[in-house]
Design a protein around this ligand. Structure first.
Ligand SMILES: NC(=O)c1ccc[n+]([C@@H]2O[C@H](COP(=O)([O-])OP(=O)(O)OC[C@H]3O[C@@H](n4cnc5c(N)ncnc54)[C@H](O)[C@@H]3O)[C@@H](O)[C@H]2O)c1
Length: 275
């Protein structure tokens, strides 16, 4: 359990769900962690984002594992907040070895492409695509100085496939896969690796407060149970993917075990996209 020992890992969107699972896994593997979240709602996003108490809980669980934790608010749509987060991280730990670009939104969605308002379209791209770019903009100079680093973008099978009535989300995640490949080329000679993980539908998990499947169900106007049934039928392994399954993949990509892996996408989808 020390695959990330002596490493410093920054995770955005760590208040709940996949980001919280990533923070806990990284701490279990011995990393010091910087955990960050928006901690308030955003206009045009039709559901509640993480509250301060949720990020506090992530901090509590990680500290119990005996690692150092820096917790800080940052909205990834605001470059000045991202810049302050990265500065605080460097002041505290002196380095950032692994960046997990996880913060993201699953809606506005549930309508044909032309029915998105400009604000709805813009917020999806601003959080899901420009957000990871802003964090890379602030973290890459640190990793270039170190001449080592691993950047992990949490994309989606929506970065590889189309989903009816989810054009904004799909476009943002396809963009994130493209950003991953180009950044991997930019930094390959500096020993900075950039990869994406593409989860399929991830089951809501009470332990980490994950609720994205509910967001998807609400967007489509169906019940959570119906959405879970549809997801299960589409998954080749007929089993659910958990936030921890996704977090496990970040540990491998963040560790030296994957030191020759860059510019790739890894699906964690129980075979969802294999068809
Ligand atoms: N759950 C799924 O089925 C699924 C599948 C594929 C990909 N993903 C991706 O995984 C990532 C995590 O999703 P999740 O399922 O844990 O959802 P979630 O809503 O439970 O967690 C997302 C976190 O990101 C935070 N966040 C949102 N906007 C932010 C902003 N502007 N700045 C900082 N933080 C912000 C939220 O507050 C929340 O804590 C997202 O990028 C999502 O697109 C999720």
């Amino acid at each position: 359990m020390d695959r990330l020992k002596n490493k410093v890992v920054l995770i955005t969107g760590a208040g709940r769900g996949i980001g919280k699972a990533c923070a806990i896994k990284a701490a279990e593997e011995g990393a010091d962690v910087i955990i960050s979240d928006v901690e308030r709602n955003i206009d045009s996003v039709p559901y509640d984002l993480s509250r301060t108490s949720q990020l506090d809980d992530t901090e509590k669980v990680c500290k119990r594992l005996g690692v150092n934790v820096l917790k800080k608010h940052a909205d990834v749509t605001k470059v000045e907040e991202v810049s302050a987060l990265v500065q605080d991280a460097v002041d505290r730990f002196g380095r950032i070895d692994v960046l997990i670009n996880n913060a993201g939104i699953g809606a506005p969605a549930g309508k044909p492409t032309h029915d998105y308002s400009s604000d709805e379209w813009d917020i999806l791209l601003n959080v899901n695509l420009s957000g990871p770019w802003r964090v890379i903009k602030c973290v890459a100079p640190i990793m270039l100085k170190q001449q080592v680093g691993s950047i992990i973008n949490i994309a989606s099978t929506a970065g590889l496939l189309g989903y009816k009535h989810f054009a904004g989300y799909v476009a943002s995640k396809h963009g994130l896969v493209g950003l991953t490949k180009s950044a991997a080329l930019d930094y390959a000679m500096d020993n900075i690796r950039v990869n994406a993980i593409c989860p399929g539908p991830v089951y809501d998990d009470e332990f980490v407060d994950g609720s994205m499947t509910k967001v998807v169900a609400d967007s489509l106007g169906i019940l959570l149970g119906e959405q879970e049934e549809i997801d299960l039928q589409s998954v080749a392994m007929n089993t659910v993917v958990s936030p921890t399954d996704v977090a496990e993949a970040t540990i491998w990509l963040g560790s030296d075990e994957s030191s020759r892996v860059t510019g790739t996408t890894i699906t964690v989808d129980a075979g969802y996209s294999a068809k």
